[in-house]
Design a protein. Structure first.
Length: 157
């Protein structure tokens, strides 16, 4: 642990790594993704599909193969809205502007609002938390209410 705040260069390098990681993930290049992003042992995920937060990350060969098949032929750009850094923590608030073939669905917009929390461990930054949602295109209270109640979507807007 360090009491020293990350400098602009360190934040810039971390942001560049996160941007490349976003690009390769939507393409299904999970090997490259894991070269760019190390997940902390206590990693948490608030997935864009909702549900309870998940703990840990399965980076087994089987899990990486499944992810590689789930995400295919996409393109992405990470638009960073804000960065915050203090001591051994860095936070990126961003929009992943992306499209691709996900879960067997045809190519479509999969843009997400994301918050990435990195923790410096030694000389490396490890992803400690990711929160993502698909609400980049706002919805009404009437659309949100059934989702908040856990009711199935009608598919109508």
């Amino acid at each position: 642990m360090s009491d020293e705040d990350p400098d602009e260069q360190a934040l810039s390098e971390l942001t560049a790594r996160a941007a490349e990681a976003t690009e390769v993930f939507i393409r299904g290049d999970m090997r490259r993704y894991f070269e760019l992003v190390n997940h902390a042992d206590d990693y948490t995920l608030m997935a864009p599909f909702g549900g309870e937060p998940r703990r840990g990350f399965d980076d087994s060969d089987e899990a990486l193969l499944a992810l590689s098949e789930y995400f295919r032929r996409g393109e992405a750009q990470l638009d960073v809205v804000a960065t915050y850094a203090s001591g051994d923590l860095a936070v990126l608030v961003a929009v992943e502007r992306q499209h691709g073939e996900v879960g067997g669905l045809p190519d479509q917009d999969w843009s997400l609002r994301v918050t990435l929390v990195f923790r410096r461990e030694g000389t490396d930054w490890r992803l400690a938390h990711r929160h993502a949602d698909a609400l980049l295109h706002g919805i009404t209270l009437e659309q949100l209410a059934p989702i908040a109640r856990g009711e199935p979507s009608t598919g109508r807007t």
